[in-house]
Design a protein. Structure first.
Length: 96
């Protein structure tokens, strides 16, 4: 079996969803790190004050940003794969 072409939008969607999950994990890890450092409770520290105030908003923004970037990069990879597969024949897969 040889994969000669992949759907650009479908690959983009799958990669976007996977990246959104990683974005959520990154946002939660960042909040836990800030909390363990005491940054979330200290608002007068100028460097981290915006993170303390808007940290919960990052739980929404970071996964959405990761998803959008993941979709674009996944679609770009699929498009490049389709171009390359046209010339070299695609990826051969052996199934049992």
């Amino acid at each position: 079996m040889i994969i000669k072409r992949v759907g650009i939008v479908t690959v983009g969607r799958v990669v976007g969803i996977v990246c959104a999950v990683f974005g959520l994990i990154a946002a939660v890890a960042t909040l836990f790190a800030l909390k363990s450092l005491g940054v979330v409770d200290i608002h007068e520290h100028a460097g981290f004050a915006w993170m303390a105030r808007y940290g919960a908003l990052g739980l929404i923004i970071l996964p959405v940003f990761y998803a959008l970037l993941g979709f674009l990069v996944g679609a770009l990879h699929a498009w490049i794969y389709n171009l390359a597969a046209r010339y070299v024949g695609g990826i051969e897969i052996e199934t049992a």
